[in-house]
Design a protein around this ligand. Structure first.
Ligand code: S3P
Length: 165
């Protein structure tokens, strides 16, 4: 089983993917970390600032392609993975796509003010991105979980219930 968690920055993709991989005894794969490793930089912000967003997106697609043939894993993606259809095509190959849906204000409250991801540094722009991307996450999702009022444990249980149906 390959489960792919998608959603906006601050959706909790990383912590949920880690927990879910333990529960299901599957490998945990973090696309952002793979991208950072492949870039030779030490953070996503560094790639955006010292290389470019384009460079980040190229690596993101290369990693998605590499994960195409994976059959057993829980994959946490970066919030922008949905902007290139090809990424989703790769991730959907024998993968179940779960959209962790939350309000913009929930993302805002979860994201560190000191160290936000590069595209969350400008709040107005981030809000715009959020609006633009919502239909994309929805379009690609096999399952949508509205997480605003749920605890981590409840979300994990909900994902397990859905994928085991
Ligand atoms: C991005 C989200 C980040 C990271 C990169 C770009 C985006 O991941 O992939 O900074 O475009 O939304 P998280 O969603 O894990 O913060």
């Amino acid at each position: 089983m390959k489960i792919v968690l998608i959603g906006f920055m601050g959706a909790g993709k990383t912590s949920l993917a880690k927990r879910l991989s333990e529960e299901l005894e599957l490998e945990y794969v973090d696309m952002d970390n793979m991208i950072i490793r492949a870039s030779g930089r030490s953070t996503d912000t560094e790639i955006f600032d010292k290389d470019s967003e384009d460079k980040f997106r190229q690596l993101e697609t290369a990693i998605a392609q590499r994960l195409r043939s994976k059959e057993k894993a829980v994959i946490s993606t970066g919030g922008g993975v949905v902007i290139n259809d090809i990424n989703m095509k790769y991730l959907k190959e024998n993968g179940i796509i779960v959209f962790l849906k939350n309000s913009f204000s929930t993302s805002q409250s979860r994201i560190s003010k000191k160290n936000p991801p590069p595209l969350f540094r400008d709040k107005k722009r981030a809000k715009l991105l959020y609006e633009l991307r919502l239909p994309l996450y929805t379009k690609h999702a096999d399952y949508i979980i509205e997480t605003d009022k749920m605890s981590l444990d409840e979300i994990i249980q909900e994902i397990i219930n859905k994928i085991k149906k």
